[in-house]
Structure formats: C-alpha cells, structure tokens
Design a protein around this ligand. Structure first.
Ligand SMILES: [Zn+2]
Length: 76
C-alpha cells in the first residue's frame, strides 16, 4: 500500500504502529473480524471470525492525525 496523505494537510503520512500489551510483552495490534470470545494461555485473543490482519497506523507529521489500516499481508 502506498503511504496515504493526510486529508487535512495533504502531506504524506508516516507509517508506524501502536504497541499492544500482552502477557509476554508488547506486540503489533491485530484486527479480527467477528466478536471477541476468549484469550488463550499464551495471551492470544480468539474471536468468532477467521480473519486476522496487522493494523498499520499512519501519522501526519504536520497535525499529528492518526489513521489506521488493516489489510492482508502481501506475500513477496
Ligand atoms: Zn495533517
């Protein structure tokens, strides 16, 4: 995915992520479809859906706006 532009400032946003606290430390945030059901002994969330995607957060260097995207990973 091409880095998006801020809708307010029209400058390219910087890619990053917001750490997600787990029992074993920090990890990237994931988007899952469906509803949350339980958490495993290893700290992984379980849900009713079968889709899980990493969440990428972009930040505008001018105004600080954050936008999040969850897209399937490309296999290269
Ligand atoms: Zn902006």
């Amino acid at each position: 995915m091409k880095d998006p532009a801020c809708p307010d400032c029209n400058v390219v946003m910087e890619r990053g992520f917001i750490p997600d606290l787990r029992r074993t430390g920090y990890d990237e945030t994931y988007w899952m479809n469906g509803h949350f059901t339980t958490i495993t002994s290893l700290g992984w969330g379980r849900g009713t859906g079968g889709v899980s995607m990493k969440v990428v957060t972009y930040r505008c260097p001018d105004c600080g706006l954050l936008r999040e995207y969850a897209q399937p990973e490309k296999r290269e």
